[in-house]
Structures are given as structure tokens and as C-alpha cells.
Design a protein around this ligand. Structure first.
Ligand code: ATP
Ligand code: MG
Length: 218
């Protein structure tokens, strides 16, 4: 019997949610949905949501709850089986709306010191179409500045600029810490601490093995 595991991955900007999610989907049977990636794809395609979202993302602010909730609840409806939501919910309102339609089994919270995040993000590059994340320091691409899978060029996210990042961290403190408290009172918050994604993964993997199904060999 397969175990249904409806999970969230949380943590401040630059805490490695994308990197860790990539490892989770490599080993375990779940669907990863990153709201940042969904929004960036909408921006690329110039959809109404993308055009709206761009003005907020550029400043390091949050996209309004109504638009986010509508978009993400729509996406979740289509997922069969286990999922791993990355980047949603980020406000108390979003968390309450999600809980109304879909109970969550577990929240995986990545705890990384802010001073390290600021340093790490300076060395962060992404492959935009896939959302794959690299760090020149501890998680470099196989070939300089190229995505491992497609060979396409890596870029810096505009909102990884140090001033915008500082703003995003403040927004996180004000808007998203209350979301962690919401899940703590539900008794489903699990914290994994580390300075790098490798450190966090070493603690998280054994925990996941207890809770999730391993992916079938392809
Ligand atoms: P990282 O990708 O480094 O972990 P992050 O979590 O801040 O950092 P993304 O998840 O990629 O970044 O999101 C980028 C931007 O998209 C956010 O700064 C915000 O403007 C917008 N965004 C993403 N998810 C939401 C959400 N649930 N509610 C409101 N805005 C969102
Ligand atoms: Mg992300």
C-alpha cells in the first residue's frame, strides 16, 4: 500500500527549498510544486497572473493572497497522490484557505542562519525553465555556468540582489513566521537545521524514509 504524504517544505528565501525538493523527488514518490517556479513561468508567458506577479516579485514583496490562493488551489486539484508544496502558503490567510480544502500531513521546515543565507545567495545561480538551483560553492554545476541536464546557461535571479533579499527576509519574518506557528499548533511542524543543504539532507533523508514511499526504479 502506498503512503499518501501531503507535505509542505518551508524556510526563508535561499534556505535551499528548491535544492532539497529536487533531492526529495529524486528518491521519493511525490509531486513537487514550487510557487516561485509557477509564477516565473507565468511571467515568461506574460499571462495575466504573471504580469501582476512581476511587479511584486521585483520589489521582494508578496503577490496578493487572492491571486496566489486561486492559482495554487487550482494546481493542487490536478495532483493525484502525494505532493510537496514549496513556497505556499506564505501568509496566515493562505494557510487557512489551504487547510479548508486540503489537510496537510507534515511540514518540513528548513532552518538556516540568515547571515549564511545572505552569503549563499551571492553564489546562487538558477536554470530558469526547470527551477534547478546551483551554488558555486557547495553545489556547483558539472560544467561552469551550465545546467547539468540541458546544458543551457544559468542566470542570477533579479530578486537575489542583496537589497531585495534583505527585504524578502523581512517579509518572511512578518508574514511567514506566523504560518509556522499555525502548523506548530496543529502538531505537524518538523524542523531540520543546517548550514548547507548537504547538512540538512543528511538529517532529512532518514526521516523521509520513515514517512514516505521510495520511488520505484525507472
Ligand atoms: P527561494 O526560492 O530562494 O527559496 P523564495 O522562497 O523567496 O526563495 P520563491 O519561492 O522563488 O522565492 O518566490 C519568489 C517570489 O515569488 C517571492 O518573493 C514572492 O514575491 C512570490 N511568491 C512566491 N510564492 C508566493 C506566495 N505563496 N505568496 C505570495 N507571493 C509569493
Ligand atoms: Mg524557491
Amino acid at each position: 500500500m502506498s503512503k499518501l504524504f501531503r507535505a509542505l517544505i518551508m524556510g526563508p528565501p535561499g534556505s535551499g527549498k528548491g535544492t532539497i525538493s529536487g533531492r526529495i523527488t529524486k528518491f521519493f514518490d511525490t509531486t513537487h510544486l514550487s510557487t516561485g517556479d509557477v509564477l516565473r513561468n507565468n511571467i515568461e508567458k506574460l499571462t495575466p497572473l504573471g504580469i501582476e506577479a512581476e511587479t511584486y516579485i521585483r520589489k521582494g514583496s508578496l503577490v496578493p493572497d487572492d491571486s496566489m490562493v486561486k492559482c495554487i488551489l487550482e494546481e493542487i486539484k490536478d495532483i493525484k497522490g502525494s505532493f510537496l508544496l514549496d513556497g505556499f502558503p506564505r501568509t496566515k490567510t493562505q494557510a487557512e484557505k489551504l487547510w479548508e480544502v486540503q489537510k496537510i500531513d507534515s511540514v518540513i521546515n528548513l532552518v538556516v542562519p540568515y547571515e549564511l543565507i545572505v552569503e549563499r545567495v551571492k553564489l546562487r545561480y538558477v536554470h530558469m525553465p526547470s527551477g534547478r538551483v546551483y551554488n558555486l560553492d557547495y553545489n556547483p554545476p558539472k560544467e561552469p555556468m551550465k545546467d547539468d541536464v540541458t546544458g543551457e546557461l544559468l542566470i542570477k535571479r533579479q530578486d537575489d540582489d542583496p537589497d531585495i533579499l534583505t527585504k524578502r527576509l523581512k517579509v518572511y519574518d512578518n508574514e511567514t513566521i506566523p504560518v509556522l506557528e499555525f502548523y506548530k499548533t496543529k502538531g505537524i511542524l518538523n524542523e531540520f537545521k543546517g548550514n548547507t543543504s548537504n547538512e540538512i539532507w543528511a538529517k532529512l533523508k532518514p526521516w523521509l524514509e520513515e514517512h514516505m514511499d521510495l520511488k520505484e526504479e525507472e
